[in-house]
Design a protein around this ligand. Sequence first.
Ligand code: NAD
Length: 479
Amino acid sequence: MARFIEHIYIDGAFVNPHGNELFDLHNPTTGDVIGQVRLGDAEDARAAIAAAKRAFPAMASTSRAQRRDMLHALHATMSTAIEELLEALLEEYGAPIARARWMASYAPACFAAMAETLENFPFERRVGSADVTMEPVGVVGLITPWNANAGFICNKLAHAIAAGCTAVLKPSEMSATQTEIVLRALHKAGLPTGTYNLVNGRGDVVGAEIATHPDVAKISFTGSTAVGKAIVRSGADTLKRVTLELGGKSPTIILDDVDLDVVIPAVIEAGYMNSGQACIAGTRVLVSEKLRDEFEAKLKTAVENDVRAGDPRDPATTIGPMVSQTQWERVQGYLRLGVEEGAAILVGGEGKPEGLDGYFVRPTVFTGVTNDMRIAREEIFGPVMGVISYRDEEDAIAIANDTTYGLSAYVFGEQVHAERVARRLESGRVVINGGAQDPHAPFGGVKQSGLGRENGAFGLEAYLEPRTILGSTSNHVLS
Ligand code: NAD
């Protein structure tokens, strides 16, 4: 039976929204409608903000130990929802099962990681003759996209709670099933009423209300660069603090001293992760003119043989469907554009993979791409890579940095050599030879990939404001 998600969450209770617009939820593997969500409106957003505002003074005065206990409780209750969340990620988002499993367990892991950060975070510092205390910024608005909705809800909320802020969440309207599962799990943790509130709704209605409301002190937004810019503009009148995690067009640099057979699976993983619907996907693949022919021949074989678009529940599947028909059409548009711009298809191309009816895209590699083409400059957000050849290392670095984005970069090569190149890249993070993500390291982009950082102490600091106390004679240290 089709599901109907009706409630939003305000003041610790599941309530009917004032808004009454219904929004269809799809299974992207089949294209079928699987349910509906009732969307809140601006009035609901205002009620959620008011609840968070009422809860703020008490939350702001909690101790480190109380915040840690809240994070542990949220971790425990979210952990019990992993299997249910996995099912929703398969059905509503279409993530291939290995990826979906990682995404489901990432949600509780966010609370555990932030509890660790909190343990030693210096809330009180002595600076010269001044005492500096780090104070929660206020009510925060947390806005998430559909490509990792559950994880972003949990990660942003973990930051807010560690800082002593209260929150209003506006998740992606396309991920309402995942949101509902997360919300029920969070509710079981029994946090004080109003600590976090959540309104399903459209970005230009509920999101826009949160982004302009004078009682919201800060917005943490993950999503497209265009909406990120709109949020900065709407927050200007009330000088909102912002953390923006936006788009990317990440370079993958292959240096000449690599073993191509080892590196190609990692290049594919970087380019096609999360079915290509990843802000950090390495979609501009830079290889020297010398290695290009050999690299392209091997890449083509590997994509044809080892990359499988199909049913997300099949363990052999590496690429799931695009999240929506709109997203599918957007990717098709770029596949046409690439050819019009003069690039050639090495593998893949327009249309659906044989036998698949949902929002599936053929895993594609363009060759003959130059860095001025739109397919090299704009985020496609599907399983599409472009191979760009470079003359020498200087040229590779120049091409890598010639982008308005700067979220992530990948370098493959002999270790010392790759490290030297990594340090010259204009990017919020650089991954050398497939190095693993660290949950405490700052995450975020330079240039138009964002503002500020999430995760660990850098992320927590972005939810705090320093208060300088002069003339203090006390030598106390905050609990
Ligand atoms: P989007 O920008 O369209 O929407 C993101 C969220 O913002 C949604 O909840 C949406 O409803 C809301 N929104 C839309 N208009 C708004 C407005 N005017 N005011 C306030 N909120 C508004 O992005 P999307 O299509 O959901 O997600 C894909 C994008 O997210 C890609 O560009 C991707 O690169 C980016 N992304 C970035 C990161 C990162 O960490 N840097 C991670 C994942 C996704």
